[in-house]
Ligand binder design. Structure first.
Ligand SMILES: NC(=O)c1ccc[n+]([C@@H]2O[C@H](COP(=O)([O-])OP(=O)(O)OC[C@H]3O[C@@H](n4cnc5c(N)ncnc54)[C@H](O)[C@@H]3O)[C@@H](O)[C@H]2O)c1
Length: 440
């Protein structure tokens, strides 16, 4: 029997067992690993769905375990060691919302322990970890969903429909930006005044990262350090790439360039706070070749966060923002016009006579009046992409249907995002193969 067929049968058998274990109406028991801001939010979303119960929480800071009990009750099993969570028979699925440097390691261990996994973005800390995550998902037959919720957003669903319908002609460029303009937006998260080596498992936080002495800022503002986080590339570009790949049905770029600098938040961080990247997307069955320009700026001269996409095509622009989608289109020029003032009078007359034989029906100035059309789509007020993303995960778990953002999708978004870091830090152009998901 071929390896792929054996693998398929193994996955199918594993899925069947899981399907028998978690029926559509059964109670699903979940656990949270990494009980900070996002993990708590993710847990709230899942608990808001019917038939979901939280049984265990893991974190390396005791304060967050105590807080979990305050919020979700004293019956919770809590631990500093995620392996104790994975060993529990009463846990069906886990949310992994640790700093990035733990994502792949805990995800692989969880899948191998037979748990379904919702892992926050970016799926990996380094590109090279991606294949092992995908392999673990395949050999376990378990559900893995990555937590980039743009994939569940009605805004990107609308953009996808419009692109597919050819609403803006031929796509040639995409711009996407996410500018944060507050201290919290720039990762200046609060440090609890009781943080100490007694209530923090420092070595467990560090994991495979270089050993450094206890310094709470490195845990509570881990995004500022490349040892634990992935900078704006893995924190924010990855969201933009997930949204883009979903909307264009793309597998990814082939060439990645980046520049930027640390311009404002000189607080000890070792990652830039302004970053610009250019990525080349080759033609595929779902889109023509186009260029992507990404931008993050943590101090962009305005008060509020700014976030959006411009999909630019030959006949219009799709603009997305949290408020919705605007499509403006302009019909193709009826005639090209001419610039003949520097030619001699005789040549001008000759040119106009020939031009009028070719373009007899209109005149060049009429093109200035080409009618622009604008359509708006506003999602329902109560639409919440995050909530939908968690619903999709729970649907996959209950119905044993493929995840909408699996390991392959996760790596195809995280890989090029992380290559923008490599391009920035190594000052070079990086190549990426979106099919094999390898950096060359
Ligand atoms: N999808 C989104 O929109 C979104 C938004 C914010 C954050 N995130 C992602 O969620 C993850 C967590 O981010 P956050 O803002 O919640 O950070 P956070 O610092 O608030 O939470 C991380 C938690 O993990 C704990 N932790 C560290 N090492 C651990 C280990 N080995 N085992 C168990 N717990 C450990 C920390 O003590 C902390 O409580 C990140 O990967 C981030 O990229 C996603």
């Amino acid at each position: 029997m071929s390896t792929s067929r054996r693998h398929f049968l193994k996955s199918a058998a594993a899925s069947l067992v899981a399907a028998q274990k978690v029926g559509a109406n059964d109670r699903l028991q979940i656990a949270l690993i990494g009980a900070g801001g996002m993990g708590s939010g993710d847990t709230r979303y899942q608990l808001a769905c019917p038939g979901v119960a939280l049984v265990a929480v893991c974190d390396v800071y005791d304060g967050r375990l105590a807080r979990a009990k305050e919020v979700w009750g004293n019956q919770l099993f809590t631990t500093r060691d995620y392996r104790e969570v994975l060993a529990r028979k009463d846990v069906d699925a886990v949310i992994i919302a640790t700093p990035d440097h733990w994502h792949s390691r805990i995800t692989i261990a969880a899948l191998d322990a037979g748990k379904d996994v919702y892992c926050e973005k970016p799926m990996v800390h380094f590109v090279e970890e991606g294949k092992d995550v995908i392999a673990a998902q395949q050999r376990s037959g378990k559900i893995l969903q990555v937590g980039s919720q743009y994939v569940s957003s009605l805004v990107y669903q609308k953009a996808r429909e419009l692109l597919q319908a050819g609403a803006i002609g031929q796509l040639n460029m995409v711009e996407a930006w996410l500018d944060r303009n507050t201290a919290i937006g720039a990762w200046q998260y609060s440090i609890p005044p009781d943080a100490s080596p007694d209530n923090i498992d420092w070595d467990r936080f560090l994991g495979n990262a270089p050993k450094v002495p206890f310094e709470p800022v490195r845990l509570f503002r881990w995004r500022n350090y490349r040892d634990y986080g992935t900078g704006v590339a893995g924190d924010l570009f990855v969201h933009l790439l997930s949204g883009l790949h979903y909307a264009t049905r793309s597998t990814g770029p082939t060439r990645v360039m980046a520049t930027g600098g640390l311009r404002y938040w000189k607080d000890g961080r070792d990652v830039p706070d302004v970053m610009l990247a250019l990525l080349d997307y080759p033609k595929t069955e779902t889109h023509p070749d186009f260029t992507l320009a990404l931008r993050v700026n943590f101090k962009s001269g305005v008060a509020e966060e700014q976030f959006g996409f411009r999909f630019v095509g030959s006949e219009g622009v799709i603009h997305t923002s949290p408020a919705g989608v605007t499509v403006s289109t302009v019909p193709p020029e009826a005639e090209p016009g001419y610039t003949i003032g520097t030619f001699t009078k005789a040549v001008q007359d000759q040119f106009v006579a020939e031009y009028r034989k070719k373009y007899a029906k209109t005149n060049a100035t009429a093109d200035a009046l080409r009618p622009q059309k604008e359509d708006k789509y506003v999602p329902p007020e109560d639409h919440d992409a995050h909530r939908e993303h968690h619903r999709a995960f729970l649907d996959s778990v209950r119905q044993r249907k493929p995840s909408i953002e699996d390991g392959v999708f996760g790596l195809r978004a995280a890989g090029p995002a992380l290559l923008t870091n490599r391009a920035y830090f190594d000052k070079r152009i990086c190549q990426w193969d979106p099919q094999t998901m390898t950096a060359t």
